[in-house]
Ligand binder design. Structure first.
Ligand SMILES: NC(=O)c1ccc[n+]([C@@H]2O[C@H](COP(=O)([O-])OP(=O)(O)OC[C@H]3O[C@@H](n4cnc5c(N)ncnc54)[C@H](O)[C@@H]3O)[C@@H](O)[C@H]2O)c1
Length: 382
């Protein structure tokens, strides 16, 4: 089979997501498996590392036997074999670099959120459309085993009529004073593109939309529970961004979703995110990897009586949904679909309009919180 080399300028590969999920577990893994079979041939991703710090880039390139890296985005975009620009920089830097890539005629793939504001996200979507380049936004949660199993249940009609979704996302992110924080400090500064609403509502938009129905209304309360934190260099800073958000989403078909997203909660769950889905015929609890169900036929009949010790082991009454198929890394699965979309024009729905819907929901969530009221989510069109 013919080998089709696709040059990818990868910006932000010194960061958490850019390095671990995108470079190592996606692009390098695709190379390790001998490339990606597609209709036209075997796609061979050829990364060109882009970043600010020469020594960090050189170290990554050396560690993985890569030859091409640069601190100049212009230089990377001028490479004739570079067809794709990928951006995993901090969110506030996406706009400028992505605009530059679109102007250079490159297809673009970006980490979410695409931008901090809806108008910026829509402008990028429009610019890409006018330039005739293909676009992609990371929507990794759709490819997680737990959510794939949940989708299988929905497609198989397990739930009957869907009623509601209750999501819990979060964990304790250390303040950085007596133990270093496990997330970058820009996440807690609104001026640097931080905030849990912006970070998570763009995930919840595509999760809810793809599994249960389009989001038509939102009501949220965002909070900054920890107002001061300590950064990577040990310096205290003011946390200007929200670190928890409590949201209610109204979906097509009358389904109600309620999701808490928090970096200021301690985990008493089996996984860092879990969704309980209730339907007339059954319920499910899905996490990152697991999914458990209870059908109406085996639903117990608890009776409220706080005076006696509960005799039911409620958790034991749920059945595990089996994998039934192998699940690869979600980021890699999405990269493979994007590369096939670029090379073969295979169908793809995770484009910049989808990205803009995520930013829209975050923006409306924050506005709902400030204004203290429910807001309608208008349909987006370019
Ligand atoms: N899909 C997901 O689940 C997921 C999870 C976390 C983060 N993200 C997104 O990925 C992107 C990167 O997040 P991350 O957690 O990897 O961040 P990070 O801080 O670990 O990495 C940020 C990258 O941007 C670069 N950068 C360039 N200029 C910078 C500046 N002035 N300040 C700080 N960094 C600068 C850094 O060198 C680094 O390569 C963000 O858009 C974020 O929202 C997505």
């Amino acid at each position: 089979m013919e080998r089709i080399s696709v040059g990818i300028a990868m910006n932000g590969v010194t960061g958490r997501m850019g390095y671990n999920q995108h470079l190592v577990r996606s692009i390098l893994d695709i190379r390790e498996q001998g490339g990606l079979p597609s209709r036209s041939g075997v796609i061979w991703p050829e990364p060109v590392l882009v970043g600010r710090n020469e020594s960090k880039l050189r170290a990554i390139a050396d560690r993985h036997g890569l030859r091409r890296w640069t601190t100049s985005l212009d230089e990377a975009l001028a490479e004739p074999d570079v067809q794709v620009y990928f951006d995993a920089q901090t969110t506030n830097l996406h706009d400028k670099a992505i605009t530059q890539a679109i102007e250079a005629g490159k297809h673009v793939y970006a980490e979410k959120p695409l931008a901090e504001r809806l108008d910026t996200a829509l402008a990028l979507a429009l610019a890409a459309k006018s330039a005739g380049v293909r676009t992609g936004i990371v929507q990794d949660k759709l490819f997680l085993p737990g959510l794939r199993k949940l989708k299988r249940l929905i497609d198989g009609g397990f739930f009957g009529r869907l009623l509601s979704v209750r999501g819990e996302f979060g964990y304790w992110v250390f303040e950085g004073d007596w133990q270093p924080a496990q997330r970058p400090s820009w996440n807690y500064r609104v001026e640097d593109g931080g905030g849990v609403t912006l970070d998570m509502f763009c995930h919840w938009e595509y999760v809810l939309h793809n599994l249960f129905g389009r989001v038509r209304g939102v009501q949220a309360l965002a909070a900054t529970h920890i107002p001061e934190r300590v950064d990577e260099s040990g310096a205290p800073y003011r946390a200007t961004a929200d670190d928890a958000v409590y949201g209610i989403f109204e979906l097509d078909g009358g389904v109600v979703a309620q999701i808490n997203s928090s970096w200021t909660t301690r985990v008493f769950r089996d996984e860092l995110v879990e969704f309980q889905v209730d339907g007339t015929h059954g319920s499910a609890v899905a996490g990152l990897r697991r999914c458990r169900v209870q059908h109406r036929s085996v639903t117990p009949k608890p009776v409220w009586n706080p005076d006696i010790e509960s005799t039911e082991d409620f958790r034991a009454q749920w059945a595990e949904v089996p994998d039934n198929e192998p699940f690869d890394n979600g980021f890699k699965v999405q990269w493979e679909a994007f590369l096939r979309h670029v090379v073969d024009g295979d169908p793809w729905e995770h484009d910049f309009v989808a990205a803009a819907r995520g930013v829209q929901l975050a923006e409306l969530g924050l506005r709902s919180s400030t204004e203290g009221r429910r807001l309608v989510v208008p349909e987006l069109a370019l």
